[in-house]
Ligand binder design. Structure first.
Ligand code: NAP
Length: 195
């Protein structure tokens, strides 16, 4: 499951759980992005986003967090994320019969044809776009059968709303796991955020 996770919230966790259930997934590996090449706003340091994702997912045995995108130099491209995860998995499992899915926000997936090596991505994984209720689904223009879109009511929560709430001194209780809320407070994240 790819995302900037700035910060991770309960909508992401519900989405991961729902997709795991729908596709009978053994594991969901969260991959916080390194340098998001397409962002105009300043992103919170990768180490904070990684650690908040670890805190948020720690209690669920199906969930893991990978540093592949945080530790790789240069911009984060999904084809690299999948290649790195798949090679590490193949090195540990023989024969490697794993089936792979790339889960992310439907908004983000709508632009996939403009991403680096989209053909390489769809060769490596089935795509799952998760979306907020009432959101108009955009056809990413991919061949039939390579992407599944799923509406997740809990995705009414958004990272940008959480950042705005923190900056305005509003509570974020129950929108993010308690440990994430404490991390944000302890490190003064989003205090001056205007996005
Ligand atoms: P984004 O533009 O920050 O997010 C777009 C929308 O999708 C937002 O509404 C966001 O909500 C939602 N979203 C993002 N990740 C989500 C998730 N895991 N579950 C549910 N909703 C999610 O997107 P991004 O985080 O930068 O990128 C998403 C993924 O696509 C990352 O893994 C990134 O590396 C990949 N990507 C790859 C390329 C490429 O290969 N060239 C280009 C763009 C993106 P929240 O803000 O609430 O999360």
């Amino acid at each position: 499951m790819g995302g900037t996770f700035d910060p991770i919230h309960h909508g992401h966790l519900v989405a991961a759980s729902e997709v795991a259930h729908r596709f009978d997934l053994q594991r969901v590996i969260f991959t916080p992005t390194g340098i998001p090449w397409h962002k105009t706003r300043t992103t919170t340091p990768g180490e904070d986003r990684y650690l908040m994702t670890v805190i948020a997912t720690a209690a669920d045995t199906r969930f893991e967090v990978s540093r592949v995108d945080i530790d790789r130099d240069g911009p984060t491209y999904t084809v690299d994320t999948l290649r790195d995860l798949q090679s590490a998995f193949a090195a540990e499992h023989a024969p490697d019969t794993a089936e792979w899915f790339f889960i992310t926000g439907a908004d983000a997936l709508a632009d996939i044809v403009g991403w680096h090596d989209p053909d390489g991505i769809i060769e490596r994984a089935h795509l799952v776009g998760v979306t907020r209720p009432g959101h108009q689904l955009t056809d990413p223009g991919l061949p039939e059968g390579v992407v599944t879109m799923i509406e997740i009511p809990a995705l009414a929560i958004s990272s940008s709303d959480i950042r705005t709430r923190v900056a305005a001194g509003k509570p974020i209780d129950y929108l993010v796991p308690e440990g994430v809320s404490r991390w944000i407070r302890k490190h003064g994240l989003y205090a001056g955020d205007n996005s």
